[in-house]
Design a protein around this ligand. Structure first.
Ligand code: 3EB
Length: 353
């Protein structure tokens, strides 16, 4: 669904005038550009102001609004969730819509999102490739050529598409687009790819002016080197990405599941999968050079079966401690035999650098 995201409202214009006011000094400390990244306990949209970079909510369907900073992702929040994601910045440089793509620019960081509602199942790879090509082109053209973190929401991810599993068709299109844009492996971002009940194909993500640093998990084969049994083209994502510049060394952990080597461990055993997933997260965090025992500040948990959160919640809370903000969303993991996937964000930590 679209609320007519074509024209910017008057109130927004005030923000833009403010942001573009050249008499304002450039931020002396661009490394502090992102003031906050938090999730909150609000289902209602809160008013966007001059310091709002993005406000992402979760609900029963994908929804864009006139203001490209507000986006609703069609995944239902579950249990004790905090279904609002808020990014605050020092100032907005520009924002708008171009060819159906919403974008927001801060100093060092760009948000881009694109929703294609009516995807042809017989052309999912081609649709994905076109969407990615457009997004990589627009972001690079506007000075943000480095994707750091991408979220992919794929309708009916396991249903056949192009004569194969939908996720594999999606992976093919994504890999082709990155190849076509001339990306080396070191520039492939952190990502999640989740199945939804409706909504076509939604991709949104963060792009930077300066390159981030990809981190791999020693327990896992890099996804872009998975053998062909997972698809003609492998899934192009890094296990984690550390942001540079205005991202203040924030660390984005990709969707992490019970995958060891390249195989799904404990197929269809959710409890063993959670244990394996947490081990993967611990190993990944360690691989980033963070202090031992460091836990993410934000966690987002995707579960296939909503009732599973009854036991996942206390186990996960015990693992991460009271300080971590956690979101639970209902979503299909991109491999049928996986029941749970967890992604996270680690806020800058002086000792980690
Ligand atoms: C895995 O480790 C599980 O295709 O973008 C996790 C994170 C997974 C991102 C993606 C897929 C993706 O292979 C699946």
């Amino acid at each position: 669904m679209t609320d007519g995201p074509r024209n910017l409202s008057n109130s927004l214009r005030t923000d833009r005038d403010h942001a573009n006011d050249s008499s304002r000094p450039k931020a002396a400390t661009p490394h502090q550009m992102i003031l906050s990244y938090r999730i909150a306990d609000s289902v209602e949209p809160t008013p966007l102001d001059a310091r709002t970079f993005a406000q992402i909510r979760f609900g029963h369907r994908h929804l864009r609004s006139e203001d490209p900073r507000a986006l609703t992702v069609g995944l239902a929040p579950l249990g004790p969730s905090q279904p609002l994601e808020h990014w605050g910045v020092e100032r907005i440089e520009d924002l708008g819509w171009e060819g159906g793509m919403g974008f927001v620019e801060g100093e060092d960081l760009m948000l881009a999102h694109r929703l294609i509602e009516d995807t042809d199942r017989n052309a999912l790879a081609a649709t994905t490739e076109a969407l990615y090509t457009e997004m990589l082109d627009l972001t690079a053209r506007r000075g943000y050529p480095h994707p750091l973190r991408l979220w992919n929401l794929v309708e009916a991810i396991h249903d056949p598409a192009d004569g194969q599993d939908g996720y594999r068709a999606f992976s093919t299109g994504r890999a082709n687009a990155f190849d076509r844009a001339g990306f080396g492996i070191e520039r492939i971002p952190a990502a999640s790819a989740i199945g939804t009940h409706c909504g076509g194909l939604l991709v949104y993500g963060l792009f930077a002016r300066s390159p981030g640093t990809a981190v791999e998990n020693p327990r896992q084969v890099p996804a872009y080197r998975y053998p062909p049994e997972y698809g003609i083209r492998p899934p192009y994502f890094a296990r984690a990405m550390r942001g540079a510049g205005g991202l203040s060394d924030r660390l984005f952990l990709s969707g992490t599941a019970s995958v060891v080597g390249h195989a799904s461990n404990h197929p269809d055993q959710p409890e063993a999968q959670l244990t394996e997933t947490l081990r993967n997260l611990e190993t990944l965090i360690e691989a980033t050079g963070a202090p031992g025992g460091r836990r993410p500040d934000l966690l987002r948990v995707y579960v296939r079966a909503p009732h599973e959160i009854d036991w996942i919640e206390p186990t996960l809370r015990h693992w991460c401690g009271p300080a971590t903000a956690i979101q639970y969303l209902r979503g299909a993991i991109c491999r049928r035999d996986l029941a749970i996937e967890i992604e996270g964000v680690l806020e800058p930590c002086v000792a980690a650098n």
